[in-house]
Design a protein around this ligand. Structure first.
Ligand SMILES: C[S@@+](CC[C@H](N)C(=O)[O-])C[C@H]1O[C@@H](n2cnc3c(N)ncnc32)[C@H](O)[C@@H]1O
Length: 270
């Protein structure tokens, strides 16, 4: 069995991407700021959740954002217009494997939560390197579902998360891409690679992260695949409801949740 893009393009998913980007902005965008005048390509911008932060932290950069989904791009335009009305972002609907840009036409690439959805992330990174000028950089950010720690522990909750991992694999992706960023970039010919693990931890003393990350980003993502997991025979209704209920307990008083993102920066050259 194969399935389409695991997260889909629903209104709920748009809200989830926005919550995720806002809750994690300091964690994921910290250290990323592009000089005025530099040409930056954001690949797989989705609804512009990260674009809004790129624009805010690199106000003079010339940002070009692409996504293969036209409806997401329309939302991205609206989002950036609402948050940074003066920003001049160029929007393109295109497949990242067939981007209509000349060789070496960008100084920097930014790719967040996209490689994990591709059947061939190696080919994507090779193709993207063509667009980078020598000495230009790529920033790639990915999560890794193998990094989840939570309390109270629950085999049912772990099984629910595993449904998401398996559905993503059936769609051709890999929910554990974070740990593979260094070899992926090295094998695609990039140099000067630095990868940093960026863990996010939330408990009741960090209510904004519990709401913005544990509940509205991670648990919402797992919950959204319930119908597909049942249709694929990966779980039963009882097991699924128990798993989701147990996951929700990690966002209540006394519950804790940790997840690790990986942020890589690499150079086109040595
Ligand atoms: C999980 S979303 C991440 C969106 C955004 N980067 C963020 O962090 O909010 C993945 C995005 O990659 C896009 N995508 C997947 N495959 C693509 C391809 N071959 N070319 C361009 N975009 C692609 C999807 O349409 C989707 O918008």
């Amino acid at each position: 069995m194969t399935i389409d893009y695991v997260h889909g393009y629903s209104e709920l998913e748009s809200r989830r991407l926005g919550d995720q980007a806002n809750a994690l902005a300091a964690l994921l965008h910290g250290g990323t700021s592009y000089p005025a005048g530099s040409r930056v390509l954001e690949v797989g911008c989705g609804i512009g959740a990260q674009t809004a932060h790129l624009v805010a932290s690199s106000p003079g950069a010339r940002i070009v954002a692409v996504d293969v989904n036209e409806a997401s791009l329309a939302q991205a335009r609206d989002r950036v217009l609402a948050t940074s009305p003066d920003a001049e972002v160029e929007w393109h609907c295109a497949d990242l494997f067939e981007l209509p840009f000349p060789d070496a036409s960008f100084d920097h690439l930014f790719v967040c939560f996209v490689l994990e959805h591709l059947a061939d992330p190696h080919r994507a990174l090779v193709e993207l390197r063509r667009l980078l000028r020598p000495g230009g950089t790529i920033t790639a950010i990915e999560g890794d579902h193998g990094s989840v720690l939570f309390h109270p522990d629950s085999a049912h909750a772990r099984a629910a998360i595993d449904c998401q991992v398996r559905l993503q694999a059936l769609a051709g992706g890999d929910a554990c891409t974070g740990r593979k960023l260094q070899p992926l970039l090295a094998n695609a010919g990039y140099g000067g690679i630095t990868v940093r693990a960026r863990p996010v931890y939330a408990d009741q003393n960090l209510p904004e992260l519990v709401e913005g990350f544990t509940r509205n980003t991670f648990i919402a993502m797992v919950e959204s695949v319930g119908d597909d997991a049942l249709a694929a025979g990966l779980t039963t209704p009882d097991d699924w409801h128990r798993g989701v209920a147990d996951l929700r307990r990690t966002a209540e008083a006394g519950g804790t949740f940790q997840y690790t993102f990986f942020k890589a920066v690499a150079v086109n050259g040595s």
